[in-house]
Design a protein around this ligand. Structure first.
Ligand SMILES: [Zn+2]
Ligand SMILES: [Zn+2]
Length: 97
C-alpha cells in the first residue's frame, strides 16, 4: 500500500490546481474539457517531480468526464500517463483499426 497522499498539503494542492486549471481545463487522459482536478503526468512514485507544474496536468476528478463519462483520475491512478492513454486507445471503438 502506497502512502503517497502526503505528497502535497491540501493548501499547496489547491494553489497548484488553481494555477493549472486557469491555464487549461483539457483533461490529460481523455482530451475533453471541464477537468476539475490535477494529477502528475509522470507519477511521483516513479520519479516524477512533485510540485513541478510541468509535471502536472488537468484531469477529471471524482465526478468524471461530462463528455465521455470516464473516471479519468481513478483510471490513471499512479500509472504513467502514456500507459493510460494507450490503454484508452486500445478500447476506443470510435477510432477503428
Ligand atoms: Zn478526462
Ligand atoms: Zn472525456
Amino acid at each position: 500500500m502506497a502512502t503517497d497522499r502526503s505528497e502535497l498539503t491540501s493548501y499547496e494542492y489547491r494553489q497548484i490546481r488553481a494555477r493549472i486549471l486557469a491555464a487549461s481545463d483539457v483533461c490529460i487522459v481523455c482530451g475533453h474539457g471541464a477537468a476539475d482536478a490535477v494529477d502528475h503526468i509522470h507519477p511521483v512514485s516513479k520519479g516524477g517531480a512533485r510540485k513541478d507544474p510541468d509535471n502536472l496536468g488537468p484531469i477529471h476528478g471524482v465526478a468524471g468526464c461530462p463528455v465521455c463519462l470516464r473516471k479519468c483520475n481513478s483510471e490513471k491512478s499512479d500509472r504513467p500517463l502514456a500507459e493510460v492513454v494507450q490503454l484508452r486507445t486500445s478500447v476506443d471503438w470510435f477510432a477503428g483499426p
